[in-house]
Design a protein around this ligand. Structure first.
Ligand code: SF4
Ligand code: SF4
Length: 469
């Protein structure tokens, strides 16, 4: 009878516990060693550019409106100048769907490249907050001893300085987030006008500041390993051909300490644990690809430095795939990725069609319930309609409704207010009157237009009823 292997004895037993928490359930606070090396330098430059774009984003405008806006509460979004309002649910849904398929495709090929290089959490944590921490409290060893030390004046002043700067940077990020939500013009009002006039938005800035402070001062790696849904999806998104930060176990194993004067028969890993010391999520990449790895490249640099020192080739830890390590096969495009590319191409085609054919207004014109045609003494026929006009732009417009063909007149019930706020709506009732001679019979298709100045925003058709003749 075969016996099942004890999972806690297997090589995979490191997966049975969460390394950010100890056996008693207390937080394991990580003190990653200051990273340095070629990959880190590249990431620093990339982060400077990414942060520059991120902070400049709310100030960029196209035709007087922000280039990007993500107003979730009012369901108004502007992506590369394209306004997507509450009426554009198709556009919004397809944009979100194609964005998700793109993420799946990108992750399947390039693994967590986004996490390591461009995710705001990693960029702010590793390139801003961690740098401030290193500057004030020193490297790994100094930080550890400072935390263990009693609360002397020096420790208090270092901690207060660090937390104050953290709070200030969190405040900047909080303002940045609000600027992406409501636009810089509205944000300026909160800053320049009395707070009492913007209590809601000011509270938003305060709440986001505290959330970011909590995130970067305390939550840190756990934002990636516990909170982030993208991180937790890696198990299904990655496959053996995905490019990830990986340890070349074929070359590195069996690992063994380096001993002077000894003829080395072991693998290239000298068990120096430098790759573990620099890891911001506290894992050992030599255990294989793990959910906690954010592909920050710190272990690549650490290992390359060691390899240089001991005179071995760089790249024991590098960007590669499991298939490349195990079988020497580098395969970026697989059947799976081709499938995603086909789906994404279809989605983008439909999305492109919707964007090109999109009109600035969307009008529904329906015959009033229970109404019939009216025969007027002057030989004309009237139909009564109810209408709704939705403004799909991000600015106020006062459009005019007209009948294009056949020739006829419109008479609105009451004085309709066709002034439409940004993403607003107007509705009313209108009599459409057409000479009987211009009609085709019992049913005639009538074409309407919505115009704003000289510009025709939308045309649409409806059916006009007349007596049989
Ligand atoms: S840094 Fe390189 S040599 Fe040192 S333990 Fe990690 S993989 Fe092995
Ligand atoms: S294992 Fe390497 S790449 Fe992954 S998070 Fe740790 S240091 Fe970064």
């Amino acid at each position: 009878m075969s016996t099942l292997a004890d999972p806690f004895d297997s090589d995979e037993s490191f997966r049975d516990h969460f390394n950010a928490v100890d056996d008693d359930g207390n937080r394991n606070w990580f003190y990653p060693q200051k990273p340095s090396g070629a990959w880190h330098d590249r990431r620093v430059w990339f982060s400077v550019i990414a942060l520059g774009i991120l902070f400049a984003g709310p100030f960029l405008k196209l035709n007087g409106q922000p280039l990007f806006l993500f107003n979730i509460l009012e369901r108004k979004f502007i992506i590369f100048g394209l306004f997507i309002g509450p009426q554009d649910y198709w556009l919004f849904g397809l944009t979100m769907l194609s964005f998700m398929v793109f993420i799946v495709l990108f992750t399947t090929i390039f693994g967590r490249l986004w996490c390591g290089w461009a995710c705001p959490q990693t960029v702010f944590m590793e390139m801003v907050f961690r740098k401030i921490e290193y500057a004030i409290e020193g490297d790994r060893a100094q930080q550890k001893s400072l935390d263990k030390a009693p609360w002397t004046t020096q420790k208090i002043s270092k901690k207060v300085l660090k937390w104050s700067i953290f709070l200030f940077v969190s405040f900047l990020i909080g303002n940045l987030l609000i600027a992406y939500g409501i636009g810089v013009d509205e944000l300026k009002k909160i800053i320049t006008e009395p707070i009492s006039e913007h209590v809601g938005l000011f509270s938003g800035v305060v709440i986001f500041t505290l959330i970011f402070y909590f995130n970067f001062a305390w939550l840190r790696d756990q934002a990636c390993t516990v909170v982030c849904p993208y991180g937790r999806l890696q198990g299904v998104l990655l496959d053996k051909n995905s490019i990830v930060v990986a340890y070349d176990y074929k070359r590195g194993e069996p690992r063994e300490k380096l001993r002077k004067g000894q003829d080395r028969t072991a693998g290239d890993c000298i068990s120096c644990f430098q790759c573990v010391a620099v890891c911001p999520t506290g894992i050992d990449i030599r255990n294989g690809t793990q959910m906690e790895c954010v592909n920050c490249t710190a272990c690549i640099d650490a290992c390359d430095t060691i390899m240089d020192k001991v005179g071995m080739d760089r790249g024991l830890i590098r960007y590669t795939s499991e298939n490349a390590i195990a079988n020497g096969i580098k395969k970026l495009i697989t059947t799976r990725t081709v499938g995603y590319i086909v789906v994404l191409t279809l989605l983008w085609t439909v999305l492109g069609y919707l964007v090109i054919t999109r009109t600035d207004t969307e009008t529904t014109l329906l015959r009033a319930p229970g109404s019939s045609f009216i025969e007027n003494p002057d030989g004309t026929i009237s139909n009564l309609y109810t209408f709704k006009i939705f403004n799909k732009t991000n600015h106020e417009i006062t459009p005019v409704m007209s009948i294009e063909s056949p020739k006829g007149t419109l008479r609105f019930a009451g004085v309709p207010d066709l002034r439409l706020d940004a993403a607003g709506m107007s509705q009313g009732t209108v009599f459409v009157t057409i000479p009987k001679t211009a009609l085709e019979g019992r049913k005639t298709n009538v074409k309407f237009a919505i115009k704003y100045g000289e510009e025709t925003l939308e045309t649409f058709e409806t059916t006009f009823m007349a007596p049989q003749w």
